[in-house]
Design a protein around this ligand. Structure first.
Ligand SMILES: Nc1ncnc2c1ncn2[C@@H]1O[C@H](COP(=O)(O)OP(=O)(O)O)[C@@H](O)[C@H]1O
Ligand SMILES: [Mg+2]
Length: 263
């Protein structure tokens, strides 16, 4: 029997306790290499906490997290993980969009492009920033202040920043929040391009429709537990608590209906 390739991320039996409450209870999640795993579930089901825990930003009390087959505390590949948090936790009142995205290029500075002169670095960085902005449809806004962008544009800018980091993995918390439909298509295309180059994506989604075609595996959280793990087409609609919805109805996910994953 052929060996299964090592997953990019393997989470087993994860417990996370915050403020005395068990927020995640025995959660298992796998992200296969080159795949997109979508994390769905109602408000407060623990999606953001799970992302934070796998990134080591929230401590866990039980279970294991392995990145590329390495235990989390031994893993040294953090610069290859691009994280876009749910809300821009950064105050950027005097920073242009291009500068914000530029900070993403710092992650790979040491090592990956060693040997380049400072001038070559700057040229390379400018090209990387432009490509990342272009990928999310924001190249024309590069000189604008970040603070002047709409919420949806800021969301796309933060994705561009993660792309500029040249990551192997993207960890995205509701990247479509506040993004209008036309630009959801831009995000779809940027992620499709990333995936086509072998990138892996763990993404929390509220509305899954615009990215449904990219999703290889869906995990639905409910009350901090995995309520479903399997193909997106079979996932229950988390908004109505229909955990045992037959697949025929749930297949509406794939037909352009707008499922709401929050309650
Ligand atoms: N730092 C914290 N301390 C205590 N409770 C928290 C903390 N962060 C999140 N929670 C609680 O954990 C639950 C899950 O939150 P979260 O992971 O943000 O859910 P989701 O992203 O699915 O909406 C919520 O009930 C929330 O109030
Ligand atoms: Mg959240």
């Amino acid at each position: 029997m052929p060996l299964e390739p090592t997953p990019v991320l393997a989470v087993r039996g994860l417990d996370v306790r915050l403020g005395g409450n068990l927020i995640l209870d025995g959660v298992d999640v796998t992200l296969a290499a080159g795949a997109v795993t979508a994390l769905l579930g109602g408000n407060g089901s623990g999606k953001t906490t799970l992302l934070r825990a796998v990134l080591g930003l929230a401590p866990h009390q039980a279970g294991t997290v392995e990145w590329f087959g390495q235990p989390q505390d031994k893993f040294r590949g953090w610069p290859r993980l691009g994280y876009v948090p749910q809300k821009a936790a950064i105050s950027l009142h005097a920073t242009t969009l291009a500068e914000v995205v530029h900070t993403g290029t710092l992650a790979y500075r040491h090592g990956a492009v060693r040997g380049l002169t400072t001038l070559a670095h700057r040229r390379r960085d400018r090209a990387v920033v432009a490509a990342a902005l272009d990928a999310v449809g924001l190249l024309d806004q590069a000189k604008e202040l970040f603070i002047h962008l709409s919420g949806g544009q800021q969301q796309r800018a933060l994705l561009a920043r993660a792309l500029a980091q040249d990551p192997a993995v993207l960890v995205l918390d509701e990247p479509l929040a506040g993004v209008d439909l036309a630009h959801q298509a831009a995000i779809h295309d940027a992620l499709a391009g990333f995936k086509a180059q072998g990138g892996s994506v763990l993404v929390v989604l509220h509305e899954v429709v615009s990215l449904a075609e990219l999703v290889d595996h869906a995990v639905v959280l409910r009350g901090g537990r995995v309520a479903y793990s399997g193909p997106l087409a079979g996932a229950p609609d988390a908004s109505h608590g229909h955990e045992h919805e037959p697949p025929a109805k749930a297949a509406g996910v794939m037909t352009g209906m707008e499922p709401q994953w929050t309650s």
